[in-house]
Structure formats: structure tokens, C-alpha cells
Ligand binder design. Structure first.
Ligand SMILES: Nc1ncnc2c1ncn2[C@@H]1O[C@H](COP(=O)(O)OP(=O)(O)O)[C@@H](O)[C@H]1O
Ligand SMILES: [Mg+2]
Length: 280
């Protein structure tokens, strides 16, 4: 990120807002992945969505704004040692090209030690989000997938406000507690007049690899109920598959490695629906 030097201090808030506006106008579809709770699969959905879009010919960027838990780079197999190129003259920096030429920007590239916690208060997080959106040279893209921390905190509100035409993708698990929280984020998105693309219900049952029987480990039907209550599409129900965790940890996105598994098919189906909704 561009150092907070005296040059940069001269950039007024208005100037930065103008940069954000220009950058976002160059990107056709901005998709923010949100959830009520952590650990429900947002980052997993973000990287698999990005990989599927890129593998079928779209130009894609991924912005990881989960400042305290930036996992996207690792899930895409990118070393946290990579550093974005900076053009100090123009006060711009360049997202790093990842697999399938996806342009990636994440806090992971900016912290020196992955074990160090990032302890930032609201205004610092807001400033980071604005630099990621405005000072980064995203160029022209069809899709920007934005991975957010859980809940309705600073970063989420900031994204909803800074990108007026952002589309929201809700990730939840099927059980009641995760749903209570994701229903709040869903309601916030609707209240702020944002387009909600739909809900992905993740960890939606476990299919026994031996007998094919489905066990509803985390309950059942919650995503479907929320989709009916709030009149938004249910885009997919992705079962639990140990390969998802393994491929995520190994930095080899699941959807490319296991396209024909039930979870791979559910992911692909969800991406197809997202494309159809956006490109119609
Ligand atoms: N459908 C799934 N089946 C098995 N493991 C999953 C599934 N979805 C996500 N995971 C794993 O669960 C963990 C949390 O997922 P993650 O995408 O990091 O959640 P979040 O970004 O919402 O915190 C990760 O280890 C991930 O690999
Ligand atoms: Mg995450």
C-alpha cells in the first residue's frame, strides 16, 4: 500500500472518493460476499466463485477486506511474501496477478508476519478499505469479488456505501443460529437498497462417500426459509466435503480440482445462476 507520507496526506477525501468512483466504473460487476457469522465459508465461496468466473473467460479481481483474517491469498495458493508494486509518483499500487490471471489484493500482502494480529480501530480500517478501492490500479474488469469479515461492521458498511451498485451475496450455514445473524446482514443490505443476488447455503449436509446418504449435520432448510421470507433467490446448497477444506488449505481451489463432486456441481450451478442474474 502507498505509505502514508506527506504527499499522500495531500490527497483530500474528495480526491480519493473520485478515484474510487473512477475505479469502480471500470468494473462491471462488484460482488460483496457477506455473512452473519465467521467460519461459514465466505472466503471459500469468494475464491471458488472467482476461479470459476475466471476459468470460463471472465476478467476477475478479488479484494480481501477481511483485515483481521485475510485468507484469500492462501486459498488461491499465493505466497504472503508477495508485495504489490507501487508507483510512488502516481501514488498507485497494483493488485497482484494470481492463478488464472485473477488480480488479487489482500491485507495478507501488507503484513510482515502472518501470525501478528492486525489491531486496528474503525478509522484505520476505513482508510485501508478506501485505499484498496481507490488507490489500487484495478483496471478494467468484468467481476470484482469482495471478501468481507462477518457481520455488519465498519468494512461492510463502508463497502455498501462506497460502491453504490454493489451486489450482495449472502453465505450462511443451514442452522438456526448462523441464520439469525445472516438474516440481520441480509436485512441491512435490503434496507440500504442494495441488490441482493441471493443466498448460498454452505455446509448443507454431508453426503456419505460410501453409501451416498445425506446427513444434515448443521440442520436443514434455513437458507431456503430465509430466501422465501426475504424474497431473494437461493443460489445453491453446497454440501460438506472434506476436500473443500483440504484444497482451500493447499491453495488449490476446490472447483477446479473437483468439478464433478456434488459440492463442485453445486458451486458451478450457483455461479451459473449468478452470471445469469447479472448478465441478463
Ligand atoms: N462445504 C464445505 N465443506 C467442508 N469444509 C468447508 C466447506 N466450506 C468451507 N469449509 C472450510 O471451513 C473453514 C471456514 O471456511 P471459510 O471460507 O474460511 O469461512 P469464512 O470466510 O466465512 O470465515 C475453512 O477451513 C474451509 O475450508
Ligand atoms: Mg473468511
Amino acid at each position: 500500500m502507498v505509505e502514508n507520507n506527506s504527499e499522500q496526506k495531500r490527497m483530500s477525501n474528495e480526491e480519493r472518493m473520485e478515484l474510487i468512483k473512477e475505479n469502480m466504473e471500470n468494473i462491471k460487476f462488484k460482488i460483496a460476499i457477506i455473512s452473519g457469522k465467521g467460519g461459514v465459508g465466505k472466503s471459500t465461496v469468494a475464491v471458488n466463485l472467482a476461479m470459476k468466473l475466471a476459468s470460463t473467460g471472465s476478467t476477475v479481481g478479488v479484494l480481501d477486506i477481511d483485515i483481521t483474517g485475510p485468507n484469500v491469498a492462501k486459498m488461491l495458493g499465493m505466497s504472503p511474501e508477495l508485495k504489490p508494486q507501487v508507483d510512488p509518483e502516481k501514488m498507485r499500487f497494483y493488485p497482484i496477478p494470481g492463478p488464472l490471471n485473477i488480480k488479487v489484493m489482500s491485507m495478507a500482502f501488507l503484513i510482515d508476519d502472518a501470525d501478528n494480529p492486525v489491531i486496528w480501530r474503525g478509522p484505520m480500517k476505513m482508510s485501508a478499505t478506501r485505499q484498496f478501492l481507490g488507490d489500487a490500479e484495478w483496471g478494467s474488469l468484468e467481476y470484482l469479488v469482495i471478501d468481507l469479515p462477518p457481520g455488519t461492521g465498519d468494512e461492510t458498511l463502508d463497502i455498501l456505501q462506497l460502491i453504490p451498485d454493489v451486489h450482495i451475496l449472502i453465505v450462511t450455514t443451514p442452522q438456526e443460529v448462523a441464520l439469525l445473524d445472516s438474516r440481520k446482514t441480509l436485512k441491512m443490505s435490503l434496507l440500504m437498497d442494495k441488490d441482493v443476488l441471493g443466498i448460498i447455503e454452505n455446509m448443507s449436509g454431508y453426503i456419505c462417500p460410501e453409501c451416498g446418504h445425506k446427513v444434515d449435520l448443521f440442520g436443514k432448510g434455513g437458507g431456503e426459509k430465509a430466501s422465501i421470507d426475504f424474497h431473494v433467490p437461493l443460489l445453491g446448497q453446497i454440501p460438506i466435503d472434506p476436500n473443500i477444506r483440504e484444497t482451500g488449505d493447499a491453495g488449490l481451489p476446490f472447483i477446479i480440482k473437483n468439478p464433478d463432486s456434488p459440492a463442485g456441481k453445486a458451486f458451478s450451478e450457483a455461479v451459473k445462476k449468478i452470471r445469469e442474474i447479472l448478465e441478463k
